[in-house]
Ligand binder design. Structure first.
Ligand SMILES: Cc1cn([C@H]2C[C@H](O)[C@@H](COP(=O)(O)OP(=O)(O)OP(=O)(O)O)O2)c(=O)[nH]c1=O
Length: 192
């Protein structure tokens, strides 16, 4: 049984490694991440995780495939990965001084079977000054991250409070991931 991580996110690979899981192959998915009109953040996140899993090429029947999607939600608004610095600044000012939610959906596929779980967390971001936003943007840490920040990096200085799953916010909720991999018959914790 091979484990295929259907993700190009270095965070997801590192989080898996932290529980001793090393995929046999890593394949970045190639899907259209455009939200449907008036699509709600949780549904969007679930749909993307599922679609990433279905888009994996060359999967053998006995392979276990793991994919995920992380979406930052400000109310009903979806904040994806910013296209550029200007969009990142817009997202950070929108998040400033408020609470938002972070969803990470994980999808697992094994033969004809499919599993899906969503981790939901809440995050409070302090009121950010122009100087703080500009200094953070200068670090480039926002690039490729939903909502334009990474809680595992310098932006953690802006976050006084979270509720939920830290690994889920970073991109792969390890409790749910372990449960799903075990459901699919992939050994976690039980290897010699
Ligand atoms: C909110 C938040 C997101 N992120 C990252 C995790 C994800 O990599 C990214 C959200 O984008 P995703 O579309 O979920 O993932 P991705 O494009 O990086 O990788 P792939 O689709 O190939 O699996 O944001 C952090 O690293 N830290 C955070 O605090």
């Amino acid at each position: 049984m091979r484990l295929i991580l259907g993700s190009g996110s270095p965070r997801r690979l590192e989080l898996l490694a932290s529980i001793g899981v090393v995929p046999d192959a890593v394949i970045p998915p190639d899907i259209d991440e455009t939200a449907a009109p008036s699509e709600l953040p949780r549904r969007y996140c679930e749909r993307l995780a599922r679609e990433k899993c279905e888009a994996m090429p060359g999967i053998a029947t006995d392979d276990v495939v793991l994919c995920a999607d992380t979406t930052v939600a400000l109310g009903r608004r979806i904040l994806g990965k910013p296209a550029d610095r200007a969009e990142a600044a817009k997202y950070l000012f929108a998040l400033s001084g408020r609470r938002h939610r972070v969803f990470t959906a994980i999808a697992v596929r094994h033969g004809d079977r499919r599993w899906l779980r969503v981790s939901e967390s809440r995050v409070r971001m302090k009121q950010l000054s122009d100087a703080e936003v500009n200094a953070y943007l200068d670090t480039d840490d926002w690039k490729g991250k939903a909502g334009a920040y990474g809680i595992q990096g310098p932006a953690s200085a802006f976050i006084p409070w979270i509720s939920g799953s830290h690994s889920g916010i970073v991109g792969l909720p390890l409790h749910e991931t372990t449960t799903l991999l075990q459901s699919a018959g992939y050994p976690v914790w039980s290897r010699a």
